[in-house]
Design a protein around this ligand. Sequence first.
Ligand code: CU
Length: 501
Amino acid sequence: MRPISRRDALIAGGLGTAATVAGAAGLWWSLTSAREPAGVGGVVGGAAPVQGAELRGPAELRSTDGRLELTLGAAPGRVELGGRQARALCYNGTVPGPTLRLRPGDELNVRLENGLNEPTNLHVHGLHVSPQTDGDNVFRAVLPGQGFDYRYRLPPDHPPGVYWYHPHHHGMVADQIFAGLFGAIIVEDPDAIPVSTERVLLVSDTTLDSAGNIAAVSPMERMAGREGELLLLNGQSNPVLTAQPGARERWRIINTCVARYLRLRLDGQQLQLLGMDSGRSPEPETVDELLLAPGNRADLLVTATAGEAVLQALPYDRGAMPGMMMMGQGPFPVSGAGALATFRVSGASATPPGAVTSRTAQEDLRTAAVAARRQVVLSMGAGQGMRGGGMAGMMRFTINGREYSDARTDTTVAAGTVEEWTLVNTSPMDHPFHLHVWPMQLINDNGRAAGPVVMRDVVNVRANGRATVRIAFRDFSGRSVYHCHILDHEDLGMMSVIEVR
Ligand SMILES: [Cu+2]
């Protein structure tokens, strides 16, 4: 058993308090120990990590002649996280795993070898590929000591953009990602965008105990959605990125955090958004702030202005637990703030980059014929155990009133049709809704109609709010899933099975 840290002691204290009052007035608790005011430099409580090192990037593997083949070994390993020696879970010995660079039409063959002591599998998040058999099939478990050959074929018109891979074995997803199992997938543009530097920036958070092991999380943290004490960029705390004034850089930002929302700013610099998830706008859009829910990605152009700027994550209020009176400080849960990186711009001016050409507009499903309309209700409610005052029963996390079962098909869709789904959140906490395989066009976000075409594979549904999306099920049939991308919620049951046939 690992030594009890101050943080664990505080959580235990909170549990004690909860147990005391649970019988009389429902469950009260305090999670202030896990919600300490954000420190600077990517640490939210705990010991200060090493900062100021140059940014490192994951290894890159690039397809050639329309194909990329690789072996991905998932196994425990010793790595540096935030400057500390950590015992994490790694793909091919690193955190993050290698970046896979593909082109539309490519074939991606991944031999996954499970060196963990528990089951795992592989999900290619956001890729528009078949969910069947040896494709993006999350129902398949790869047992310890075993391997599996995944084969993915990207359609020739696959949207370019930023995607990622991670385990998706139900019940263990949050723990395995929190421990380090994630990596980037880039689908290249048909026409290159002129930039001086391209950076792949994987944001993650985790918590290490005093021995450098990934810390265990409490039932309360799972229900709220865990946020780690270390806020990391490519496994580093507040690394330095250097550039010349006038340089145009392309930043591919991925929110791999289990539950943390990233409200990003880089004040003093010029930011243009090329797209989010698989969505592309015809012209780059000037932005000063970006919200990435867990699972979301941003494809960003940064034009460097002399000086030093901090890429910061600002606090984001993602709601509260239902039926709970929070004691202690502040609203809960709030995605904690922190510095992700320092952007240092100095020296001679860079050669002005070439123009960014317009991209073709994506299809607008608002004019499509809708074959079916559905409502998808995301709820949290008291579970059995809660009524007895115990913690073990936990809260129930449901979609349309049901917890996940892989034996049941919740939604059957006719192949070749377009559907409209209204995502309804009856809980006082935000839930980022993720549909595998088929991207969603955001039509209405909490009463606000979308302007241009907005394509997402993770749509944030605000606390007690709703969002409407349209989905083209024109290609790829088979069974897959949709779920909350607060992966603790997914592991607790907020996931359903869809079959397109
Ligand atoms: Cu959720």
